[in-house]
Structures are given as structure tokens and as C-alpha cells.
Design a protein around this ligand. Structure first.
Ligand SMILES: [Zn+2]
Ligand SMILES: [Zn+2]
Length: 95
């Protein structure tokens, strides 16, 4: 992996990059990034983020998917546990 100090700002070729935007994955100097939701992202992605509310909707979608997946996993383990609990009885009963 290339050290961050060797990266140059996307906008200022003469400046060393200190932050890598997690959205567009480009490197920027301190002046070219803004804090957004606790993360340092570039001004372009910052304005794009605020203009588009799809991020919150996708987060809610992920939470629903996560809850559904958890419930499904719980049911699978529950029935698996019932099956496993019955196996030893038959198994040792026959031996
Ligand atoms: Zn960006
Ligand atoms: Zn810059």
C-alpha cells in the first residue's frame, strides 16, 4: 500500500494529501475536504450527499434486511436445535 504522504491532492497537485475521500476514493488536502456525518469527505461528495436522501433510505432497508435475516437465522437454529436434541435419543437408543 502506498503511504498517504506520497499522495497529492486531487485539486492541488503541489499539496500533499492528508485525507482520502471514502466516497470517491480520491486523495485531498485538508482544505478540499469537509466533515460530514463524522467522516472527512471531499466537497464534491459532500454536496452530492446532501442533495440525495437515498442514503437514509438504504440504511433503513439494510436494517429491515438485517432484522429479517436475524429472525430467519434464529428460526433455523431453533429447529436445528430441536432436530439435534432428538438425534442422540434415537442414536443411543438403537446402540
Ligand atoms: Zn469524494
Ligand atoms: Zn486540495
Amino acid at each position: 500500500m502506498t503511504p498517504l504522504v506520497e499522495q497529492r491532492c486531487f485539486h492541488h497537485a503541489s499539496r500533499e494529501a492528508v485525507v482520502r475521500c471514502p466516497v470517491c476514493r480520491r486523495y485531498f488536502c485538508r482544505e478540499c475536504v469537509t466533515e460530514h456525518d463524522g467522516r472527512m469527505i471531499c466537497a464534491e461528495c459532500g454536496t452530492a450527499k446532501t442533495a440525495e436522501p437515498a442514503h437514509g433510505a438504504s440504511m433503513a432497508g439494510w436494517m429491515v434486511t438485517g432484522a429479517g435475516g436475524f429472525l430467519l437465522a434464529w428460526l433455523i437454529f431453533y429447529y436445528l436445535g430441536l432436530i439435534l436434541a432428538r438425534i442422540p435419543a434415537d442414536f443411543f437408543g438403537n446402540v
